[in-house]
Design a binder for this molecule. Structure first.
Ligand SMILES: Nc1ncnc2c1ncn2[C@@H]1O[C@H](COP(=O)(O)OP(=O)(O)OP(=O)(O)O)[C@@H](O)[C@H]1O
Ligand SMILES: [Mg+2]
Length: 447
């Protein structure tokens, strides 16, 4: 754009202020067009004699400018070419010895005191010739013509490099100006439902963009409020449900032992698990959304505590729970409550899958990995992704809601870890949770 507009603008300005040629002024725009029309009308007849042909352009111009007169002269002899105004040509020839080439002049016979004439030597279809015009007036349609005529090779060559440099500067300035916007966009693209507290800093942005960024921040604020309200609602509902469910459990216990009682007890247990899972979900978003960063903790220590808690429950179910851990601590950055929830869920599933009298193994493996190994039916490779979907269960027969593993995966990912399941050699499933590893702090001693 700059390339094409710039030469025109400069040329127009220079013409308007008469900087390009001494005789150039607004008036000369009209003579330039008139001259060109006359020059383009020069032809030779069959005998080789030159004449001014009445081309369509010339006819038009003459029709619109009744006072317009023109002449064409041979360059050397000043002899008028056929079709020229003889009065003009004669006027020119009386100036013997004085060269008024290029100067503006006035025909005394013209009643208009402001009428001006101009002579120029120009390139025409039949070679160089002197073209004289007189009495052409400025018309608004001269302006587009002037713009069109300013696209000469010289103009484009002269201003081309300038236009090129300007375009380059424009590109650099725009890119630089918009770089804060790109940075802001990168910030926005990192925001998800867990990082709604973030705001886009608007102080480094160009003032024009500040209202836009402020609007985004205000929208984030509203979304954050809404999400927080919903989280509180889930947490409160789950919490409120806990008491009646506990009361229900106690009441059912007092019922007479009938098959119906067993059914109701199973249903109540199911409701209880759902309520517990919902609470964990709500806590998870509440706690990890807060300022609390994962803290450094010892995986071995955490596993000892969890296995100690869960071993009696497993024993009641006729399974053993074993722990295999290195003697020195394994430090990771994590939330203790989240690790507890993860491992408890995995152990619960494993104990359910483990055949009677079998042993579920919890192992802290090298590289900050926790393994929960059972020897049950295992999980076919085709289902190893599905089991992490919410509410997915292999059969409706098993107790549970199918929420456990989806919560587990979300918790693990919150702590920047990964979880996957493999087959236990000899049959069964092995769940592995890998944390971003962390070397033991300097100075700590192995126990
Ligand atoms: N160790 C395992 N061995 C075999 N199948 C498993 C094992 N762990 C999970 N599964 C399968 O994956 C399904 C989903 O497990 P998940 O923990 O998500 O739900 P759940 O245990 O059924 O219910 P919840 O944990 O919510 O009480 C289980 O129903 C079970 O079919
Ligand atoms: Mg489960």
């Amino acid at each position: 754009m700059t390339f094409f507009i710039f030469p025109t603008v400069i040329n127009l300005l220079m013409s308007a202020f008469a900087m390009l040629e001494p005789e150039t002024n607004l008036e000369s725009w009209t003579t330039r067009r008139a001259r060109t029309i006359v020059a383009d009308a020069l032809r030779r007849d069959a005998d080789g004699a030159a004449f001014v042909a009445m081309t369509a352009d010339l006819c038009d111009y003459v029709a619109n400018n009744p006072a317009f007169r023109y002449a064409a002269l041979e360059v050397d002899s000043n002899a008028p070419i056929r079709g020229s105004s003889l009065e003009l040509a004669a006027y020119f020839q009386t100036r013997d010895g004085i060269d008024i080439h290029g100067a503006a002049f006035r025909l005394e016979s013209d009643p208009n005191p402001n009428a001006r004439g101009l002579e120029r030597t120009m390139n025409t279809p039949i070679g160089r010739a002197k073209i004289i015009v007189h009495g052409s007036y400025f018309h608004w349609d001269d302006v587009p013509y002037q713009i069109y005529a300013s696209f000469t090779t010289t103009n484009i060559m002269t201003y081309g490099w300038l236009a090129g440099a300007l375009s380059l500067i424009a590109v650099i300035v725009v890119r630089r100006g918009l770089s804060p916007l790109r940075a802001a966009a990168a910030n926005v693209s990192r925001i998800d439902v867990n990082s709604l507290r973030q705001r886009i800093p608007s102080d480094e942005l160009p003032t024009e963009l500040a209202p836009f960024v402020d609007a985004i921040n205000a929208a984030l604020e509203r979304v954050d409020d809404g999400v927080a309200r919903q989280r509180r609602f889930t947490a409160n509902s789950a919490h409120e449900l806990r008491t009646p469910v506990s009361m229900l459990t106690t009441r059912v216990e007092k019922l007479e032992a009938t098959p119906l009682k067993l059914d109701i007890q199973r249903d109540v247990r199911r409701i209880r698990t759902i309520v517990e899972q919902l609470l964990v979900l709500a806590q998870m978003s509440e706690r990890s959304n807060g300022a609390a960063e994962p803290v450094e903790l010892d995986l071995v220590d955490a596993m000892v505590a969890i296995v100690a808690d869960f071993a009696p429950v497993a024993l009641d179910n006729g399974r053993r729970l074993e722990l295999e851990a290195p003697s020195e601590p394994v430090f990771v950055f994590a939330y203790r409550w989240a690790i507890e929830s993860v491992v408890t869920n995995l152990i619960e599933n494993a104990v359910r899958a483990e055949p009677k009298n079998g042993a579920v193994l919890v192992r802290v493996a090298p590289g900050a990995v926790i393994e929960v190994v059972d020897h049950g039916a295992g999980i076919p490779a085709s289902r190893r992704e599905m089991i992490f979907e919410p509410f997915w269960r292999s059969s409706e027969e098993t107790p549970g809601t199918g929420l456990g593993l989806s919560i587990v995966r979300e918790l693990v990912e919150k702590m920047k870890g990964t979880i996957w399941v493999e087959a236990t050699p000899g049959g069964g499933a092995t769940f592995r949770v890998e944390f971003p590893s962390r070397k033991a702090p300097v100075g700590s001693t192995a126990e």
